[in-house]
Write a protein that binds this ligand. Sequence first.
Ligand SMILES: CC(C)=CCC/C(C)=C/CC/C(C)=C/COP(=O)(O)OP(=O)(O)O
Length: 267
Amino acid sequence: MPLSNSILMFRRQFCKLPFGVISKEELLIEGLQPELMPKHVAIIPDGNRRWAKERGLSPEKGHEAGKKVLGDLCRYCSKWGVKVLSAYAFSTENWSRPKAEVTFLMTSYFEGLIHDFMRYGMKMSVIGDKSNLPNSLKEAINHAEETTKDNTGLHFVAALNYGGRYDIIQATKKIAAKVKDGVIQLEDINDKLIDTELETKYLEYPNPDLLIRTSGELRISNYMLWQLAYSEFCFVDKFFPELDEADFVAALRSFQRRQRRYGGHKI
Ligand SMILES: CC(C)=CCC/C(C)=C/CC/C(C)=C/COP(=O)(O)OP(=O)(O)O
């Protein structure tokens, strides 16, 4: 076995620093190019409930298992050099799930998740319509955003009561108000202006380069409709609580093999 591989295996076994960053040499050994790493990875963490059901567990247990894996995913993103991880945690349509599940998510789960994740030292933000979230959750969000705002490294973005259509509507309303008030003209409306009104406007990398959805479903379920225009998709045929680092690295490898043309053709 080449010496470099032995060093890599040794480090993996004995250096379990939670947010250690992989070196350029290690990336190359894994067949990954540092310059081709996605800047923004988006995750649709689907399948917590089905994972729990298959094991005779409650949906709550499935979401708890999902929370642990989401924490692991933050660690993988930091380690492999991703700058932004956004997670679709609750859609504008998810209010129609069973009342007990919604209550659990809104009254303890998301608050607990925010509290736990603050220990990771990441910058944390929440996107979505916060107006109808419970007050204590709103307070936890404000506290986390304020406390972590100067953290460097991975930026973790939770999409809570978020929907791609909601995002486009709220941006459209702001732009329409500016036109109405004469602040801008109709002719000023373009891609860039819309970018500046979307919920992702504060992110260094607002558009996901890579979207991963677990559970085998092949759809985006109203996530970042505008921002995903030229993202690469990776669908993993496992429930979210089963996602591991090998799956994540496989998604990175798949991403790096893609030819992103953005509508332009070289031949
Ligand atoms: C790890 C973590 C933060 C979990 C939170 C639990 C949770 C509510 C996850 C839902 C994720 C989501 C919005 C999936 C989209 O599918 P969908 O089921 O909303 O839409 P579909 O009906 O099109 O599949």
